[in-house]
Structure formats: C-alpha cells, structure tokens
Write a protein that binds this ligand. Structure first.
Ligand code: KIV
Ligand code: ZN
Length: 388
C-alpha cells in the first residue's frame, strides 16, 4: 500500500461528538476517551473547542500534555481570540494542530456572518497566517462547503494554502450532499490545489449518507476523513468512524485504501464512548450494535453453522467482539437449536431433539427471545409435566 492510498482518520468525538445534545464529558472522561483513541490508532484527535469555556481549554490542554501518538487539534473560529485559545490549549502536544474555520456558503456569509465573500477570504487568510505563527500544522475548514460555490471554495482554499494551511477540510455541515456530488467536488478541488495539501472530508448524517459521502470523498481525492465513534455529533451526528474503517477494510478489493486503525479496538472504543457519553448505541447499528453479528433466522443460522461466510462479511473478532451469536427465537432452525443445546453441554438423541424443538417453538412464540436458562429449563423439565 502506498502513502498515496493512506486515509488519515481524524477523530472528532471529543469536539463535534461532544456537541451531541445532552452530552457533556468531564476532563477525566475526555482523557480516558483520548487514550483509547490513541490505542485505536487514529491519526488526529480533535480534543475540543478551547474558546468555548475555560473547562474546554483545560480539557484540551490535559490531552495535549498526556496523550502521545496522534496529532492533537484544537478548533478555532477565524478570529484572534479563538486561535490564541487553541494555540494555548495544544502547546504541550507532541504534534499540535490548530483547526480554524469560517463559513463560505452564500446563506452563511450573508445571514450569519454578515460579510462579503471578499471579506471572508481576507479573514480566512488572516486566521491561517495567525495560526501559523503558533504551529506548523494548520487545518482550514470552509463551513457549509457543500452549499458553497465550488469556484469560490477553490479561490479561498488557494489563498489559505498560500498563507500556510496544510490540510483543507470540506465539511458537509448540514448533511445535505450526495455521494456523487461529493466525489465530483473532491475531484475538482484536487485539481485546483497543490499536491502536498491533504484534502479532508467532514460529513454529517442528516440524510443518513455521512458514511457513503465520506467514502465517495476518498474516491474523489480526500486523504483525511473526519468522523466520530458511534457516529455521535450535532443533530443526526457525524460519519461513524467504525463504519468507514470497516467499509475500507472489508471492501479493500474496491477501494484499495488503508487506515492506521487497529480494528480490534473498535468495539471497546464504542462501548467506552457510549458509557461515558450516556448515548446508547442502537441495537442494529453496523459494526458495534448488539445485533450487528447476531443471527436469528433458521436459514441464516443453519448457513453460519456450516460456514460463517454464508452470512458474515467480516468476523466479529476482527472488530474486537465475541464470535457471532446465534440468537434463539421463533425464527431459529433445528440446526441452531441442536448446536445451542450442545454448547450448553447436553448430548441429546435425535428423537428427543425433535420433541424439544417443538416445545422450544411454542415457548419462542410466547416469549420472543430464548435465553440459555430457558433452554436448560426445557431440557431438564420432565416430559410428562406441562410447561408453566
Ligand atoms: O460541520 C462542520 O462544518 C464543522 C466544522 C467546524 C468543521 O464541524
Ligand atoms: Zn461538524
């Protein structure tokens, strides 16, 4: 794999992720997550938005002081106070980055910033120049990029690159774009900017397309993807780190991209973020949801018993989970039922399995999911005593 195909994973769980309504992490929790992100192998940790509060600044500083490995970034709007706060927060990092941004879409410039496009370019250049007076690694984002004029973006990006920005981020701030648009936008921008500049994608999930849009951005030329554990973030959230990484890994025949992520740390990272943020993971969430590797239907269970690949495109162990589970319920088949009894230590004749299987189906109809204790009760009940 060449460096040209290496995708840098920029984790923003502690910044955009923490902007999820209801989530507020204390310093110790942020630090614990940051250490886990380093173990996971992310390239960049966006540790927070230092100007937001003294607590945020201190939280970013502690991570910068204590976490080694990834680049530590602090977010700043394109003004001196924000940039100074970010610079102070990341100054002790092994590899500090300042990430500064300003909006470039007509609606944001006119209604939110009350600035002309000329003024926005000027402000962006000033911000990047000022940030470069503190650190060598400066990222610039054009907020609401996907609703901005691509020609205007090319112009502002060229100007900030001349001022010293080395990573150019293209956020789909409101989760509005499509994979086709994203691929084309990145291909266009790639052609407009010098080769040493890393293009970055930052997608929100308002239409459920954040992961698809991130992957499409990589196809168009992005070599950094901004994402969060469990896809937490503003509104419908950000692109989910674990889904992007496993899409590249599982379909490397198609994408030929590589990340530095240790996939076996994915599940542990997901559990940690869910526990500390108080945001549960939906059961059917890809990769890390409770059901992501659970098989219930008889046809699927029978297939998986014969060969896992029949219904599994990746092994649960690869993402740090226990091997796939066969969930016992009314859709389960006899092969899975027999296996479940065997796993519980019972050796039972075909004749008895037939009888027990009929009772199991009755019970499953009434109860839904069947647990190990239910199976034990079924086997150990005397056949002549009616079930409760
Ligand atoms: O969604 C967004 O535009 C952002 C920027 C600050 C990068 O989070
Ligand atoms: Zn965002």
């Amino acid at each position: 794999m060449t460096d040209a195909n290496r995708i840098r994973i920029f984790d923003t769980t502690l910044r955009d992720g923490e902007q999820s309504p209801g989530v507020a992490l204390n310093h110790a929790q942020k630090l614990e997550i940051a250490h886990q992100l380093a173990r996971l192998g992310v390239d960049v940790i966006e540790a927070g938005f230092p100007i937001a509060s003294p607590g945020d600044l201190e939280g970013v500083s502690r991570i910068a002081r204590e976490v080694r490995g990834p680049i530590i970034a602090g977010l700043a709007r394109a003004n001196r106070a924000d940039i100074e706060a970010a610079a102070r927060a990341v100054e002790d990092a092994e590899r500090p980055r300042i990430h500064t941004f300003i909006a470039t879409s007509p609606i944001h410039m006119a209604k939110k910033l009350n600035m002309t496009p000329e003024q926005v370019v000027e402000r962006a250049v000033e911000a990047v120049t000022f940030a470069r007076s503190f650190v060598d690694d400066v990222e610039f984002s054009a907020e609401d990029a996907t609703r901005s004029d691509p020609q205007f973006m090319a112009r502002i990006f060229r100007a900030v690159v001349d001022a010293g920005a080395t990573t150019i981020n293209v956020p789909d701030t409101v989760g509005y774009t499509t994979p086709e648009e994203m691929r084309a936008l990145f291909a266009f921008l790639r052609g407009e900017l010098p080769a040493h500049v890393i293009l970055s994608a930052h997608c929100h999930d308002d239409l459920g397309m954040a992961v698809a849009n991130s992957v499409a951005a990589a196809e168009g030329g992005a070599r950094q993807i901004e994402c969060t554990i469990n896809g937490i973030g503003e509104r419908a959230g950000n692109a989910s780190l674990e889904e992007i990484v496993m899409a590249f890994h599982t379909r490397r025949d198609v994408y030929a991209f590589e990340t530095g992520i240790r996939t076996r740390e994915l599940y542990r990272s997901s559990r940690l973020v869910s526990r500390l943020s108080g945001m549960p993971v939906q059961p059917n969430k890809a990769i890390v949801g409770d059901n992501a590797f659970a098989h219930e239907s008889g046809i699927h269970q029978d297939g998986v018993i014969k060969a896992r690949e029949t219904y599994e495109i990746m092994n649960a162990e690869l993402v740090g989970r226990e091997a796939a589970v066969l969930v016992m319920g009314k859709h389960s088949g006899r092969a899975a039922f027999r296996k479940a009894l065997g796993d519980l230590g019972y050796t039972i004749s075909d004749e008895r399995v037939k009888d027990l299987f009929a009772r199991f189906k009755d019970l499953a109809d009434r109860k839904g999911q069947i647990y190990a204790d239910d199976l034990r009760a079924l086997v150990e009940a005397r056949a002549d005593v009616p079930e409760a």
